[in-house]
Structures are given as structure tokens and as C-alpha cells.
Write a protein that binds this ligand. Structure first.
Ligand code: FE2
Ligand code: FE2
Length: 265
């Protein structure tokens, strides 16, 4: 019988995008049907695997080398969707990484991240199908890897991972997505608008999951969430958060009134 954390690593290592998406969806179903076990205490070694497995393309470049996306050309619009597809691809990878890498968390932690992984796979598919409808594919444009770099920086600590990946990097998505959606709305690209609405709504849930487990670990180690976050952000060189912030979405995603007021300060 498959074990959830071992199987998550195996999917993370795989490099074929479609195979990864379908393996993940069947892992999710298998777990719901109790055909997949969960061993929370197993120490798993990724050996020499290069993580994440990914196709030869897109080429990865520094963020400043990703071309600026113009909304008035088909290539520009496709380039913008492509960067979203790449974020969703890495979001799927980061959820799988949260499952296999960190042992000894409650069962619900792994179940939460399995749900995130499945939703990221569906976001990737939605964006990728729309990209195809416009005549482009994932891999057609260069992409930058800053989301995955924060995952790599936090491989040694589950509290750092929760603080800096879902609560920082994915939370930035809550701030960024409405503006991108509005750019597509202006040019009456209704399918892109619909997809971005789905993503925004699901991402609130992902940040909420990050908050749940970050706060759980703070309580366990008797830490103040505010101080712990500040220290982890400095230690792991997290990007400095810049507004404007989507306060309503952040509130729904579980940030406290105190955390929200610190953001605005
Ligand atoms: Fe997503
Ligand atoms: Fe997400």
C-alpha cells in the first residue's frame, strides 16, 4: 500500500508536468478512499534527487530578466498567464515538499497540505488549459524561481517554512491577484477573470492553513507569533512585505488584528 509522505516525494521528483498532476490527483483520491496510509514519524531521505523534478523548459532566469508583460499583445497576456502557471507548478511542488519533509506533525497537517497540493494542481491545469487555448504552452517563456528559493531556504525548519512560504510568499499572492484579475477584466478576458477568482478564493485557504500550523508550532514552543515571525523573517532573509495589502483577504486567511495593524504601520 502507498504511504502518503513517500508518495509525495516520488511525485515531487517526477519531471513530467501532466504525469505529476495526475499522480497527485490519484494520490488525493486514494487517501480519501483509505487506500493510502500515513506514517507521520518516518524519516524520509530524498537521497540525491534534484527537487523539484521539472521539465527542461521553462528556462529559469533572475526575476528582473523575465520580460515585462504587456496586456495589449497576445504574447504579453500569455506571458502573464505563463508566470501564473509557473507559480502554480511550484505551489504544487511546495505543498508536496511540506508533506514528505517534516515528520512528527499531527495527521491533520499532512491532510491540509494534501488538499493544498490538489488545489494547486487544479490551478496549474486551469491556467495551462487557458494558455493552450491562446496558442501557448507552459515552457514557452522564461520564468523566475523566487517562490521555490524560499522553499529551499527553509528545509531545516517546519516553523520557518510555515512562516515564510504560505504566510509570506502565498500571502503576497492575495495582494497581487486582484490587480491582475482587474487587468484581464478591463480587456474583457472573462475566462482569465474566472480562473483568477477561483485561485484567489482557494489561496485564502492556503494562507489560512499556513497560519494554522504556524500558530500551532508557536503554542507548542511557547513563542509569540509576532516575535517569532520577525526573527524568522530576518534569519531566513524573507522579502520585505510591500503594500498595498489585501486586508480583507488577509483577515479571512487568519492573520490577527495585531498582525494586520503591523503591516499597515
Ligand atoms: Fe495556487
Ligand atoms: Fe496556494
Amino acid at each position: 500500500m502507498l504511504e502518503l509522505r513517500e508518495a509525495s516525494l516520488a511525485i515531487l521528483v517526477g519531471s513530467d508536468v501532466q504525469a505529476k498532476v495526475s499522480a497527485l490527483l490519484s494520490l488525493f483520491d486514494g487517501y480519501q478512499d483509505q487506500k493510502v496510509t500515513l506514517d507521520v514519524s518516518r524519516k524520509i531521505d530524498s537521497k540525491d534527487s534534484i527537487l523539484p523534478g521539472r521539465p527542461a523548459k521553462p528556462e529559469l532566469v533572475l526575476p528582473k530578466l523575465v520580460p515585462k508583460r504587456r496586456m495589449d499583445t497576445p504574447e504579453g497576456r500569455a506571458g502573464l498567464l505563463h508566470s501564473l502557471a509557473h507559480i502554480e507548478f511550484n505551489a504544487m511542488n511546495l505543498a508536496l515538499d511540506a508533506i514528505w519533509r517534516f515528520p512528527d506533525m499531527p495527521k491533520e497537517y499532512y491532510e491540509d497540505w494534501l488538499k493544498v497540493a490538489k488545489e494547486e494542481a487544479s490551478h496549474f491545469s486551469l491556467v495551462n488549459e487557458h494558455l493552450h487555448a491562446l496558442g501557448f504552452s507552459y515552457g514557452d517563456f522564461p520564468a523566475h524561481n523566487s517562490l521555490w528559493e524560499m522553499v529551499e531556504r527553509t528545509t531545516d525548519s517546519v516553523i520557518a517554512r510555515m512562516a515564510l512560504v504560505p504566510r509570506t510568499m502565498e500571502a503576497r499572492g492575495l495582494d497581487a491577484v486582484p490587480a491582475i484579475r482587474d487587468r484581464f477584466r478591463q480587456i474583457k478576458e472573462t475566462r482569465a477573470v474566472e480562473i483568477l477568482e477561483i485561485i484567489l478564493n482557494d489561496e485564502i485557504g492556503h494562507v489560512l492553513i499556513g497560519n494554522r500550523w504556524f500558530n500551532f508550532l508557536c503554542v507548542k514552543d511557547n513563542l509569540s507569533p509576532i516575535t517569532a515571525y520577525r526573527e524568522l523573517a530576518a534569519k531566513y532573509r524573507a522579502p520585505v512585505l510591500k503594500g498595498p495589502f489585501n486586508m480583507a483577504a488577509r483577515k479571512r486567511a487568519g492573520f490577527t488584528t495585531e498582525e494586520l495593524s503591523l503591516l499597515e504601520a
